[in-house]
Unconditional design. Structure first.
Length: 247
């Protein structure tokens, strides 16, 4: 997989991939390979606090997640004259946030929540005082054994992170009417990890640009690894070709 690096020749097009909360770049690798097959440069960085330990994640705030993604976007933009941002779950919220501030050529928001349920935020805040890290007893992951190697290695999640996630979603929701770049919103019909109507609510809030919504009938939350991934890859590739490929 090719990350953006200084000194590489200028490429017309690049894709920045952003993983989810307590996830890792691993869950984006199959998508990255498809995008690279089109000749696009792919950057798949870990967001702030990730790929080290849950204790590090517990110390990071949502502006740090956004800033680490913005830094990666700036690095990729130095090598590409067209850039799309694709984010999964929390990474999708960051992609939408940067879509307003950085004006990429396209945004793909995948399994992106519109909000964290208030009860979850209150419960996680209360529980975090006595149990900062919660063990992961069930993870929304692929049913295909061949995809399981791409699951996040985290075995615990900092409960305080849900309040940060909620704050990120609040700010992203406020900014959505200002989004002016092409947007594809993707959600699995079997995604029980986020509010069911998230994709439609995101599309309804974006009023300044055209929005496409892709529903995947057999997929849960991590659609990059799930049953409809080939359909997902094809639709994303076709969407991006309109904005990353010159006539």
């Amino acid at each position: 997989m090719s990350d953006a690096r200084k000194g590489m020749p200028m490429s017309r097009s690049g894709c920045l991939l952003l993983h989810g909360f307590s996830g890792s770049p691993l869950e984006m690798i199959p998508l990255a390979e498809v995008l690279e097959s089109e000749g696009w440069i792919v950057s798949n960085p870990p967001l702030a606090g990730h790929m080290t330990s849950p204790h590090d994640l517990a110390k990071t705030s949502w502006p740090q997640w956004v800033q680490s993604a913005r830094d990666a976007y700036a690095e990729l933009s130095r090598q590409c004259d067209r850039v799309a941002i694709l984010g999964l779950s929390m990474g999708g919220a960051v992609a939408l946030y940067l879509g307003v501030s950085e004006l990429p050529d396209a945004v793909v928001a995948i399994s992106t929540p519109i909000r964290v349920r208030p009860l979850m935020v209150r419960a996680s805040r209360a529980a975090s005082r006595v149990m900062p890290l919660a063990p992961v007893v069930f993870r929304f992951g692929p049913k295909d054994p061949g995809m399981r190697r791409y699951r996040s290695p985290y075995r615990a999640v900092p409960l305080a992170g849900y309040a940060e996630l909620a704050a990120l979603l609040d700010e992203t929701r406020r900014l959505l009417p200002q989004l002016r770049v092409p947007l594809l919103v993707v959600q699995g019909r079997r995604d029980w990890a986020i509010p069911r109507d998230s994709a439609r609510e995101i599309a309804d809030l974006v009023t300044a640009t055209a929005v496409e919504v892709l529903w995947l009938p057999r997929s849960g939350h991590v659609v990059t690894l799930d049953n409809d991934r080939e359909l997902f890859f094809d639709e994303v590739r076709h969407f991006l070709k309109r904005y990353l490929t010159r006539a």
